[in-house]
Ligand binder design. Structure first.
Ligand SMILES: NC(=O)c1ccc[n+]([C@@H]2O[C@H](COP(=O)([O-])OP(=O)(O)OC[C@H]3O[C@@H](n4cnc5c(N)ncnc54)[C@H](OP(=O)(O)O)[C@@H]3O)[C@@H](O)[C@H]2O)c1
Length: 245
């Protein structure tokens, strides 16, 4: 049996890529599209478009949301009363949406990540290790470069990387983040760290949003069998996939 997967949104850049990937990948199938904008007439031969999870014909789908905070909030409110699992990639969630997400996580499996690149997990591990190795004289900063028009600033990924540098004994201020919004490049995050006579620079650049798809598909497979809770991409990556999938 393949995992019924519902992709939120219809025309978004990530939405289109994810829907295409779900249609191609083994072990999952595109059961429907969901939109908080209101149901739309189905295109012949294409999966239905629903505005209410109760109108889905499949049971316990994994719903993938890479949209906008207001659309994510609408989805989360429905997920409180509809049996499903969630994969949330929307960035720029405010305090109210994060509270709602935690509330949903008490009853549903939710994977939420600022960045679904599996390679970025290794970058984050390196930054944590570097922060542990060096002494207190070291400082760090994060550069966040995204396409013009990106809504959130700094990006959730920039904040995530800055948090990796924060040392356990300090728990104080995270490194400064400088954000630029320009051109049409997808994203670039650079962590710079320096001590006496030494300078380390780590760069993660995404040139194609397809880079997020392996992480998203892995999260879908994880969420389908995960217990309730708000899970991270680290949780997903450290969990071996079931043999049948
Ligand atoms: N976590 C990660 O790894 C990761 C990676 C890339 C992007 N992102 C995030 O994913 C989100 C989408 O990025 P994108 O580049 O695909 O953006 P985009 O091309 O602008 O697409 C936005 C999507 O959100 C939907 N949407 C926006 N406002 C809505 C509303 N009020 N009600 C219902 N639906 C609404 C749109 O619906 P329609 O299709 O109906 O127009 C569209 O599908 C952003 O938050 C971005 O930062 C996260």
């Amino acid at each position: 049996m393949t995992i019924p997967t519902v992709v939120c949104g219809r025309t978004g850049r990530m939405t289109r890529l994810i829907a295409g990937a779900v249609e191609q990948a083994p072990g999952v199938h595109l059961a429907a599209r969901f939109t908080a904008r209101g149901a739309a007439a189905a295109t012949p031969g294409a999966p239905p478009v629903v505005a209410d999870l109760a109108h889905l014909s499949c049971s316990t789908p994994v719903v993938v949301d890479f949209t906008a905070p207001e659309a994510t909030a609408a989805l989360l409110r429905q997920a409180l009363t509809h049996d499903c699992a969630l994969v949330i990639g929307t960035s720029g969630l405010g305090a109210a949406e994060r509270t709602l997400l935690a509330e949903v996580g008490r009853v549903r499996p939710v994977v939420a990540a600022a960045n679904f690149s599996l390679a970025l997990l290794a970058v984050a591990r390196f930054v944590r290790e570097l922060a542990q190795q060096v002494d207190d004289s070291w400082d760090a900063g994060v550069l966040d470069v995204h396409f013009a028009g990106k809504r959130d600033r700094p990006s959730a990924t920039a904040r995530y990387l800055a948090d990796q540098w924060r040392r356990p004994e300090e728990r104080g201020e995270a490194p400064e983040i400088n954000a630029f919004r320009m051109g049409d490049a997808v994203s670039e995050h650079r962590l710079l760290a320096a001590g006496a006579g030494e300078h380390v620079e780590v760069l993660h650049r995404v040139a194609d949003r397809a880079a997020f798809l392996p992480g998203v598909l892995r999260a879908v497979r994880f969420a389908a069998t995960a217990p309730p809770g708000v899970h991270t991409l680290e949780d997903v990556a450290r969990t071996p996939l079931p043999a049948a999938r």
